[in-house]
Design a protein around this ligand. Structure first.
Ligand code: ZN
Length: 317
């Protein structure tokens, strides 16, 4: 598998599991350096750390500043949009988000606004009304900083497409990450939004998922892990196409040379690529990886796009 270069566009490195904390219980020391080393060894070229709230976005930026291959998003996730109201001053909260995003973009670290969007599967955290209000507001961040959008959409395709089309003058491009929708949702996104679609283990659970994913043009695909979540489980339909493996141990028996059982890591983005190759019926996994790499550069690293096109054996994006 030499020469495979991948970008994991969605990693939740602010999650407690990367500090060794599981369900409020410490099981091992923080271990980001070993997790990153496994990723770089697997052919991961860079990683986008996701921010899902103002505080998490601050942490994501701090993590991104520790390595030249790490980048991040700044934004508020649909299930967290109550934080605008609960802050007591939604406008001030928005301004703080804007200044954080500006500061990170000037450092070359913030590459997208997000994750933001709509999640109607989890309205118990935040009502659709509040989700819509602050989803719509975050396009202003994209416009002010000329950044792409990093989007989350669950069971809300119509409202999502509505809001996108109302705001299409405010942004140029983006990705709908962790896509798990139906063929109909997929068509809506492809035809009416121009967005790229991010695939992870949760997108590859059922035979229906695989056929939906198989129908997405490769020119519109990106890959991700959404670590520490969304691993490709042995029960997932996509699992039979996985060819690479990293042995794991339980968190109670932590060993830095092993993955932790149940905690996904960015090295496994390679498995997502392997399943995608099967869904697209291609044996040319290198060609697929190259196209996806270029898609990702086009959106998040446009300054590196030319190098990506002829960088087959090259260094850097
Ligand atoms: Zn998400």
């Amino acid at each position: 598998m030499a020469g495979l270069r991948m970008i994991d566009i969605a990693v939740n490195f602010t999650d407690g599991m990367f500090k060794g904390i599981y369900n409020n219980r410490r099981c091992h020391a923080a271990d980001l350096p070993v997790v990153l080393q496994r990723a770089w060894n697997a052919g991961v070229d860079r990683i986008i750390v996701t921010g899902g709230s103002l505080q998490e976005s601050r942490e994501a930026l701090a993590i991104a500043e520790t390595d030249g291959r790490l980048f991040c998003t700044v934004g508020v996730h649909p299930t967290r949009c109550m934080e605008f109201e609960e802050s007591g001053d939604p406008e001030l909260h928005f301004q703080e988000l804007l200044s954080l995003a500006r500061q990170g973009a000037e450092k070359g670290k913030v590459v997208a606004v997000g994750e933001c969007g709509l999640d109607y599967d989890r309205t118990h955290f935040c009502s659709p009304e509040v989700q819509k209000r602050y989803f719509e507001r975050q396009f202003e961040l994209a416009a002010a900083l000329k950044l792409p959008m990093f989007l989350h959409m669950r069971a809300a395709a119509e409202d999502f497409c509505d809001i996108l089309s109302r705001n299409k003058h405010l942004f140029t491009t983006g990705v709908a990450h962790s896509f798990t929708g139906s063929a109909k949702d997929c068509d809506l996104l492809l035809k009416f939004t121009g967005l790229y679609i991010g695939i992870n283990g949760c997108s590859l659970k059922t035979p229906e998922n695989l056929s939906v994913v198989g129908a997405i043009p490769i020119e519109r695909l990106m890959i991700e892990t959404d670590s520490p979540y969304c691993e490709i489980k042995s029960t997932h339909a996509g699992n039979r196409f996985v060819t690479s493996a990293w042995p794991s141990k339980k968190k109670e028996k932590y060993d830095p040379d092993f993955m932790v059982k149940g905690r996904n890591e960015p090295c496994t983005v390679r498995q997502v690529l392997e399943v995608l190759a099967a869904c697209k019926c291609t044996e040319d996994i290198h060609g697929l990886a190259r196209t996806i790499f270029q898609n990702t550069c086009r959106v998040f690293f446009p300054q590196d796009l030319d190098a990506a096109a002829d960088g087959v054996n090259g260094d850097g994006c």
